[in-house]
Design a protein around this ligand. Sequence first.
Ligand code: ATP
Length: 234
Amino acid sequence: MLEVENLHVSYGAIKALHGVSLNVPKGSIVTLIGANGAGKSTTLRALSGLVKSTGSIRYDGQDISGLAPHKIVSRSLCHVPEGRMVFANLTVKENLAMGAYLQKDKAWIAKQMDYVFHLFPRLKERENQAAGTMSGGEQQMLAIGRALLGNPKFLMLDEPSLGIAPLLVKAIFERIVEINREQGLTILLVEQNANLALDVSNYGYVLETGSILLEGPSADLKANPRVQEAYLGA
Ligand code: ATP
């Protein structure tokens, strides 16, 4: 569904990505793991058009390289950024409604909102609470829920475990798998928590200082001594 070849990104004099290539097949969960500053967020920003890149990005058979972010999102490719970025002063329900900004079908919006509340009952309990007053984990649920209201076909998640209590992290990752199965969503998951990410994904890439160092089925990467030593705390 997504084919990326030879992606390069620079921030002024700093080269953040040096020729990243990756594939995300339709219906799969693919993960991109790597240490701090490896270029994981930059990869997602390049794919959603938020930073300039060179190389080829094909999505659903079409070249989307160089397209503006709003054109990319209108093709059902949706990015949940690191740090959630919910609208702090809006309520949970208002945040979800913002996610549905481009949707026209009111019945579909109501049904999808129910689905999000079923997925994350905590959001239902807090539907009238200002998003900025919720815990990090609850805000992460909201950020994912808001993305689902945009009716995505392809979801990019940037470090959903960041700064979240372990119990909530587990719940969120279980929901990610559920979304993939129930909504048929293809997912590209960026994570520093390699253990969790490799558990829920089908295939993985290891990014190191802007280049892909290793790739393979997630179970193989988990068993790889290099990955174990560098990313799994072995
Ligand atoms: P983290 O897990 O810490 O978010 P990451 O793997 O997502 O790390 P990126 O945020 O993509 O890494 O950063 C890759 C490199 O690009 C880093 O060296 C970072 O300092 C640099 N970088 C990122 N954003 C900018 C920017 N706006 N201006 C200059 N350099 C940047």
